[in-house]
Design a binder for this molecule. Structure first.
Ligand code: F6R
Length: 613
């Protein structure tokens, strides 16, 4: 996962920035770099692999200066190499940038800049940012204004820090969407910037958090914040408590809330380095498979429990559509008790964020004994499910502390989408053009997830109205039926309200008897091939005086005449839609639980990793 650290003050920035990067090591990275300003010139050191390599390089070729920025990178565009490591420099060596996120329109910006004579040194998307800023300063804008104008040209979600030899007293930091946070740390005659607060907590506990579409100009003596449209912002200062738990929770009240809001970033990390945005090629280096082996695959059996099993049900749609392989999904806790039929042409895919769920591991053992190929999708690196598999994909969601899984769920959806593309490419079921289109769709996810999160206040207001109901029904169809199951699970496990997920078409076969004015019905009714059918289910629920909350596609005003409340999500191709439809449901469960005073992060009777049968 990428990390950013910045410093401006009186001390030498190099050890402070390096130390900050070390505190982010647990997130994982493949290269790192630092730039400082010394006597009016930018000096930069970068290296691949562990931070020790950069440290050694700095010991051999030291740099020092009272202002500097640093970055740990996980490759998204281009291989991990020194050339692709951040910080990135402008052609005149006067500007330098570090960045988290994906510049969705970088191909077009790069062509435009190339046509104007800009020379590119790396294969990264980030490099367009520094060249745009250099050009805008050359046109007469100051550093802050140039950065603001450059950002208006970027599509996607970003965290960016800029330093310039032309403005040696300041750093400019920007946050757009949820590609990671930007915290400003306030010191005495010095200021810090970090993507993650552990990086700077040993220096200061007074922090300002940038909101989406805000930009800060930071000098040793203070900071000023404005919006990307140029209006000044009076940003609140947060005092972070000393105990490690509060420190890790940062600006959030609960870990679950933090983890829900982290999803733009966690998905960026899930995508990183695995798909080329130029040709759509997917690389899953820990899941080696030849084209021949992929073509011989006859079936995939997904085994998982709870939320991970629902992720598997979504993945079934992705794998069948893109790789044309039949998929069955079973609970880990059921699988081994039915003497399953398996052979070497089957792959068993275990999905488990903890990698230690005993039922899922038992299902994996069963598969191993029967000679199937064994794959896993895990969040915890080094866990058992990762170690015993023939191939694995990590979720890259970062530590998930809230017991109710949120960011690991969306990460496992994206991992399955990548797996489906990977298999589709190996099996020849996807054309090059289709692969490229899928890559572009994936690149939009972090930004679109950010759009849903920006509307969290609407969900919070709705939660206040719904907090006292005792039963909920969640309905969905097709690929969004598992999202109905997941939404119901989230609500029941943290708020202790009874909730059931149902395929919408099944409502008339029984559950409709339950509907009355005491039963809120949550219907996922996005504009896809089953939209009309969902509308008719909504009408049936309304006819029985049910309270209908619809999750609908942005711009669908018609649905307002049918449902009592509408929660909008952005339009995406149907196979990716669950990544955004689940978010309002996570938020609803969270805010209802908070309203009811429940222990959100540690709900009763539940554990983060279920290692007993
Ligand atoms: C619900 C939840 C659980 C887990 C289940 C499997 O929010 O977190 O349902 O999904 O216990 O856990 P893992 O994915 O670790 O195998």
């Amino acid at each position: 996962m990428c990390g950013i650290v910045g410093y401006v003050g009186q001390k030498n920035a190099t050890p402070i920035v390096l130390n900050g990067l070390k505190r982010l090591e647990y997130r994982g990275y493949d290269s790192a770099g630092i730039a400082v300003l010394n006597n009016g010139a930018i000096e930069r050191r970068r290296d691949v692999g562990k931070l020790e390599n950069l440290e050694r390089r700095l010991a051999d070729e030291p740099i020092s200066g009272a202002i500097g920025i640093g970055h740990t990178r996980w490759a998204t565009h281009g291989q991990p190499s020194e050339r692709n490591a951040h910080p990135h420099l402008s052609n005149d060596g006067q500007f330098v940038v570090v960045h988290n996120g994906i510049v969705e329109n970088y191909l077009e910006l790069r062509e435009l800049l190339r046509a104007q004579g800009v020379r590119f040194e790396s294969e990264t998307d980030t490099e367009v940012i520094v060249h745009l800023i250099a050009q805008l300063v050359a046109q007469g804008h100051d550093l802050t204004e140039a950065t603001r104008r450059a950002c208006l040209q970027l599509r996607g979600a970003h965290a960016i820090v800029v330093m310039s030899a032309r403005y040696p007293d300041r750093l400019v930091a920007v946050r757009i969407g949820n590609a990671g946070g930007v915290a400003l740390g306030i010191g005495q005659g010095e200021m810090y910037i970090a993507s993650d607060i552990p990086a700077i907590l040993e220096y200061t506990r007074q922090l300002v958090f940038l909101e989406s579409r805000q930009l800060a100009t930071v000098t040793a003596n203070g900071y000023s914040v404005q919006t990307l449209s140029g209006e000044p912002v009076d940003a609140a200062i947060h005092q972070i408590a000393w105990d490690p738990v509060s420190a890790a929770r940062g600006e959030y009240r609960h870990f679950m809330q933090k983890e829900i809001f982290e999803q733009g970033r966690s998905l960026t990390d899930t995508i990183r380095g695995r798909i080329s945005f130029e040709d759509g090629r997917v690389t899953l280096s820990d899941l080696p498979l030849s084209a021949d082996e992929a073509r011989r695959l006859k079936r995939i059996v997904t085994v998982a429990c709870g939320t991970s099993a629902y992720a598997g049900l979504v993945g079934k749609f992705m794998l069948e559509a893109l790789a044309r392989i039949p998929v069955e999904v079973d609970y880990g806790s059921e699988y081994r008790y039915r003497d399953p039929i398996l052979d070497g042409d089957c792959a068993v895919l275990a999905i488990t964020q903890s990698g230690e769920t005993v039922d899922t591991l038992a299902a994996m053992e069963e598969a191993r004994e029967k000679g199937a190929r064994l794959w896993s999708i895990v969040n915890v690196i080094g866990s058992q499910a990762m170690r015993i598999a023939d191939g694995y994909i990590t979720m890259q969601a970062g530590p998930e502390i809230g017991v109710a899984s949120t960011k690991a769920f969306t990460a496992s959806l994206v991992d399955q989408y990548l797996l489906a593309l990977y298999l589709g490419q190996l099996r020849g079921t996807l054309s090059a053009e289709q692969a490229r289109q899928h890559a572009q769709d994936i690149a939009r996810l972090p930004d679109l997830v950010g759009h849903v999160l920006d509307r969290a206040a609407e969900v919070e207001a709705l939660a206040k109205k719904l907090r006292d109901y005792q039963n909920f029904l969640y309905l969905g169809r097709g690929i969004n039926y598992p999202i109905a199951l997941e939404g119901a699970l989230k609500l029941k496990e943290i708020s202790y309200i009874h909730a059931e997920g149902y395929p919408a078409g099944e409502m008339k076969h029984g559950p409709i008897a339950l509907i009355d004015e005491k039963m809120p019905v949550l219907a996922i009714a996005i504009q896809d091939s089953v939209y009309e059918k969902m509308i008719s289910q909504i009408e049936q629920a309304k006819a029985r005086r049910g309270i209908v909350i619809a999750v609908a596609t942005e711009g669908d005003t018609f649905i307002q005449s049918k449902a009592d409340h509408v929660l909008y999500v952005p339009k995406l191709p149907p196979l990716l839609s669950p990544v955004v439809t689940v978010i309002p449901l996570q938020l609803l469960a969270y805010y209802v639980a908070v309203e009811r005073g429940a222990d959100v992060d540690q709900p009763r009777n539940l554990a983060k990793s279920v290692t007993v049968e």
